[in-house]
Ligand binder design. Sequence first.
Ligand code: ADP
Length: 698
Amino acid sequence: MALMFTRLSTRHRLWINGRPLANQAMDDAFGNPGFPRPALLELSPALLQAGHNTVVIEVVHAQRAGLSSVDVGPMVTLRARYLRHLLVSVELPQALNMACGGLALLLVLIWRRRPSEVALGSFGVIALVGSVRNYSYFLDTSVTGTALWADWFFFAINVWIVALFGVFAQAFAGQRWPRYRRWLLGLAIVVPALGLVATGLDRLQELRGYAYPVLIGTCLPGLWLCLAGARAKRPWGAVGPALGMGAMVGAGVHDYMFQTAYWLPMTETFWMPYVMPVTLGIISLALVRRMVHALSEVEALNTELEARVAARTRELELANAAKTRFLASASHDLRQPLVTIGLLVGLAKDRSDSPQTRQLMNRVDEAVGSMEGLLTGLLDLSRLEAGAVKPDPGPVRLAAVFDAIDAHEHAAASLKGLRLRFRATDAVVWSDAVMLERILRNLVANAVRYTERGGVLVAARRRGGRVVIEVRDSGIGIAPEHQQAIFQEFVQVDNPARDGTKGMGLGLAIVQRSAAMLGHRIGLESALGRGSRFWVELPPAEAPQAVFSDAAAVDTPGEPVPLQGRRVLLMEDDASVRAAMIERLQAWGAQVVAAHVDVPSLEAWLADPQQSAPDLMVSDYRLPHGDGLQAIAAARRRFGALPALLVTGDIAPHDLARLHDAGLRVLHKPFRPEALRDALLEALLAVEDAAETIAPPC
Ligand code: ADP
């Protein structure tokens, strides 16, 4: 036999027929103020008597614990009913709240990662606090130890849940109501504080009577916001959450009537522990679904973006290849007439006695010079792009580089009345001498070009184990918004008319690519109207064994040209360039022994045993039925180590790479007459030096 209660305080004492049956927490109240629970007590037959039996029950309980009627019957029957009760009134709400707590924790964790998701976060906190509160309703011991403080704790949690609900509602509807916010904050601080005082005075229940209607009233604007937000967003998707919130407010009103106002029978149960987890679960799922939806959208967008980037990259690669092809062919075609003009203008200047004609020729020369500058810049860039320039790093003595640049740029600076100074240095850096000189020369030329007053200073400093070369000027400066763009091709800050005498906008692009190839960092600081400071950072080098500066080789002051009487073999298919070359070479005292237009005619000439060896061969690269490399090879097969110079207007990466690999002396079109003269001299001297070195001493 057994006794069953649907509600019995967790603090109770029972006697049957005057003999004790149970004594539960009666003597130790700590943490157990007495909660109503279903109970099943076994009655041993020895305790029962025939006829009337008397059961005496003593309970101590917290508010509204209540005591149900007692059922007496066989254990088997009562156990099934007891378990059903236990499931519905304790285990089910516990399980619901535990699941809701887990989901809420997930929302809070997501919020930590994405603080902008205030709706998600505030809702997660409500759900977490609420489910902990509800779960603890069904524990047999109070978390706070005493009934008094447990009461305050639940009271405060209810206040905070309402305040958080207000925050959530605003975030959910995407609205900010500052006054409502301030009200919520005040509520969250003041009411629990009042609760503390009331608990101290043992008047919390009285305070509840006033505070809970205020809390319910506070929820109403939030509820309105939720409904408005739901209607504005996705009417059907958001109806569930909004209804859920409404149900929670309804449950709050019910529980208020039950617990605080005593308007409902004592055997009622709280609704909140059932309504809250169900509602919170629905809303959590809706929020999670919204997030998953957003994530899927982001993923789809990413995929689309990747596809677009790939397509754009392909287009860019094609455009870049087209640009390189265009540049290669356009610049080849432009170079030919330019070489002719350059050579002829030089001759015309030499031969003209009239000052007016000389002046005119000087102006033509200037125009040719600026066009040459553009083509040379393009050539340099395309050589860098083609990988035809291979850095050859080694120790470079900066003083030698500075001297070479000084020799080049000094005249231009003096002409403008500027002071160009190079601070003496003994620094040695690890770099490619030719490329480094080109970088610095570009920077110094720019500094001189864009400075009207004051001067330009080039100095090297050691900084943190590196060497920093800086080129400072007191010129016009560069506005911050242009400081990055000027390193791009053809970008000039103040030359909308694209006046060629003001540069072509290629210098810094070449500087940047060369520096990147060498692994040198470059930088710029500048203030508009106050000047600029470009810097290059390089690694220092230890022992400067073979110090080399290209400038020394290229810029040896022009000696009287020893072409007098030299026999030159010429290969050039372009009639005008050929004629201008012949005339130029003759003006330098050379004798052009033959001028061929293609490889077969050269081979026919070489086959003639009457022909004696020339002193020098000059060949264009692009020829009909062959190329300059084949022509030079054919001549060398016949005459041995013949000094040779290859002249080319090609900038196609493939051709450039071929010339680079051939190891021949190459002069790029267009060129100034002086450059042709110097290159011829170098070709002659190189072979003569080599002959001297290997000749046995006599
Ligand atoms: P450009 O041949 O026009 O000088 P660059 O690529 O060398 O081409 O320079 C690009 C632009 O950067 C120039 O047109 C000029 O406006 C600006 N610039 C370069 N160096 C300086 C400097 N030292 N002072 C002021 N502006 C400069």
